[in-house]
Ligand binder design. Structure first.
Ligand code: NCD
Length: 305
């Protein structure tokens, strides 16, 4: 049992397996329409999103409500932060209202840990800076297990703006701990200087990087970086690194394509690949966010520590 979920780095293989089993349980239970809808009755989950989010905030909201919890979505733009209240005073104020769990997304490195050290309730990291996005890694792993039956020995190529991706970091950590072979595929300037885990192979050619891959995970190319000249232009990027069906032939014939979203169509991925009902897992990933977050909320709120 874990008290908080702050990073994949903190977890060992046994704890990861535990969470994945529980996520798998909730995925099946949702499918069958049979689960304990009052599991978190009378509990209050407070979501604190200091960055924009479409899927993650909604996914936590729905997951908590499916278990009977009440959710309070706190909004940074409408808060007293805009009246210059400090971050720690804001956290102390919200903590004094005694929520049963805090879910936080923040652009500062380590913000979820800072909050966890200050408050009494469990804290779940919904994405901090470029560092970690652990619940995304869990829902991605659940998707891979559903499709491929295992993680051990899978070849997973993570392609795109790896240097700035908390999704890449958390996935690489989780997958290497569970025995998958992880590759990073990116042009030199989008490759991280320090790798998040041991045993990751790096490629600057997408054809070589996805060779024999079971899973090809594409990442968003942030247009704001193009404005700064990091990437010459979208068309050139798509030419060299965009995932097309032609390129996908280098992966295994039954390779699946993943993307955490939001995606830039025609930049990192071609429309027909993104929309392919057999190969593209994007909608499944979003759907798997619910049982995964139900599992995590259930776990941290049932923990006695
Ligand atoms: C990502 C995020 O915000 O970290 N999206 C997500 O949570 N599914 C990826 C991104 O912003 O590119």
């Amino acid at each position: 049992m874990i008290k908080h979920l702050l990073s994949i780095e903190d977890l060992n293989a046994e704890q990861i397996e535990d969470i994945l089993n529980r996520a798998d349980y909730y995925a099946r239970a949702l499918y069958d329409g049979r689960w304990d809808r009052d599991k978190l009755d009378q509990k209050i989950v407070l979501t604190l999103f200091f960055e924009n989010s479409t899927r993650t905030v909604t996914s936590f909201d729905i997951a908590a409500k499916r278990l009977g919890a009440d959710v309070v979505n706190w909004n940074a733009d409408l808060s007293s932060l805009s009246k210059d209240e400090s971050f720690s005073d804001t956290i102390d104020t919200l903590s004094a209202m005694k929520p049963d769990c805090i879910v936080i997304r923040h652009s500062d490195y380590g913000a979820p840990k800072f909050v966890a050290d200050r408050v009494k309730c469990p804290v779940v990291n919904a994405g901090d800076s470029w560092r970690e996005h652990p619940t995304q890694a869990f829902l991605d792993a659940l998707t891979m297990i559903q499709e491929k039956g295992k993680l051990k020995g899978l070849n997973v190529a993570i392609c795109g703006d790896v240097a700035h991706s908390r999704v890449a970091n958390s996935n690489a950590r989780l997958l290497t701990k569970m025995g998958a072979n992880v590759r990073f595929v990116a042009p030199q300037m989008l490759m991280p200087q320090k790798l998040p885990a041991e045993g990751i192979e790096c490629f600057d050619s997408i054809e070589e990087g996805i060779k024999d891959a079971d899973v090809v995970m594409m990442l968003r190319i942030q247009k704001e970086r193009m404005d700064r000249g990091t990437i010459p232009d979208e068309a050139a990027y798509f030419n060299n690194y965009g995932l097309t069906f032609e390129r996908l032939k280098h992966a295994k014939p039954d390779a699946i394509v993943m993307h955490p979203g939001p995606m830039n169509r025609g930049v990192e991925i071609a429309d027909d690949v993104a929309d392919d009902p057999k190969r593209s897992m994007m909608k499944r990933q979003v759907a798997n966010g619910i049982p995964t977050r139900m599992a995590i909320l259930d776990m941290v709120m049932s923990s006695k520590k």
